[in-house]
Design a protein. Structure first.
Length: 339
């Protein structure tokens, strides 16, 4: 995202904060079908900017028949709330991480977040656009849900803290790290010797500020947007976990949408996901120098020792058992042998 695009995103987000949802251009007549799209990300995040663009294109290409209102920043509730609404049919679309609350319904959905599994974004995209993604999407109808074909990338996550740079697994020993409420995150940092603490994101800044925890982990975009650099000193580029968002809907709700508009909705939501991938790559390249100028000290640890520690501790064996042989074989087809 270039500086012009970033300023446009900020302006869009600022307008959004004071309104219940992004407001689309008006057509001559009211939309026949109005749907809600919930997200847990701040209004300025590229996901919300691209979701809004998709909504505008859907409105246009359906001749004003379908209006999708985007509700960012947990306006419709936290992830668990929105997932419940989605399953009940009260929310039509929801972008949700496979590693977080969704994994409580479909445990294998957290697989893409396995620690130190992926070499780069290209490897992840190839897997999720191909056979691994197809396998994962096939699990959601079992709980009444459906995912769009293309995953919205959140990217690789990095560790920040206020104590020391993380160069080896030993540097994590005893470090109090805020993690989302998720078994996979907790397991990963326990196996690395840290002291993970599950804290909702809304409380992360204050928890860092008051030293309830020493550090946290997130993509650079979140570290920037949430101003975590104000309460952190070091940023270690561990790329320890990749995360993204499924764009989910309820199977029954989807089937009730007019047949002729479904391909239009899917086309633009999938394109928005692809556009967001490009945004993320550009943003990561620009954010490191920006965050350095704001006081974060960066370092680039070697990844091999972290993976070796997880292998020796039994982390990969534990999660292979949980995910099952079929899913694990698909994963290792793209990551190489993990354990």
């Amino acid at each position: 995202m270039n500086s012009i695009d970033r300023r446009r995103a900020i302006v869009t987000g600022a307008a959004l904060i004071s309104a219940p949802a992004l407001v689309l251009p008006r057509f001559a007549r009211a939309a026949e079908f109005t749907y809600k799209f919930g997200t847990n990300l701040p209004a300025t995040h590229p996901l919300n900017v691209r979701a809004m663009q998709a909504a505008e294109r859907i409105l246009k290409d359906t001749g004003g028949q379908v209006q999708i209102n985007v509700f960012p920043n947990n306006q419709l509730g936290n992830d668990a709330d929105m997932l419940s609404q989605l399953r009940a049919g009260g929310l039509e679309f929801f972008t949700v991480s496979g590693v977080n609350v969704l994994s409580q319904l479909v445990p294998v959905s957290s697989m893409w977040g396995l620690g130190f599994a992926w070499a780069n974004d290209e490897a992840v995209n190839k897997a999720l656009d191909g056979d691994l993604g197809k396998f994962l999407r096939a699990q959601f109808p079992k709980v009444g849900l459906m995912a769009m074909d293309t995953v919205w990338s959140s990217g690789f996550r990095q560790i920040t803290n206020s104590v020391r740079p993380i160069n080896t697994p030993d540097d994590l020993k005893g470090l109090k790290i805020r993690v989302p409420v998720s078994p996979l995150w907790t397991s990963l940092f326990k196996h690395l010797g840290a002291a993970p603490t599950s804290i909702n994101f809304a409380e992360t800044y204050s928890s860092l500020q008051t030293k309830v925890v020493d550090g946290q982990e997130n993509p650079l975009a979140i570290i920037s947007i949430a101003k975590l650099y104000e309460v952190q000193k070091y940023c270690s580029m561990t790329n320890h976990m990749w995360d993204g968002y499924w764009c989910m809907t309820n199977q029954k709700v989807w089937s009730r949408m007019p047949e002729k508009v479904r391909p239009i909705i899917a086309k633009h939501l999938n394109q928005a996901a692809l556009d967001m991938r490009a945004d993320g790559a550009k943003l990561d390249a620009s954010l490191r120098p920006e965050l350095t100028s704001r006081g974060l000290a960066f370092n680039d640890p070697e990844i091999g020792p972290f993976r070796a520690r997880l292998l020796a501790s039994g982390f990969y064996a534990e999660w292979k058992k949980k995910y099952g042989d079929e899913a694990w074989a698909l994963l290792e087809k793209h990551t190489g042998k993990l354990g």
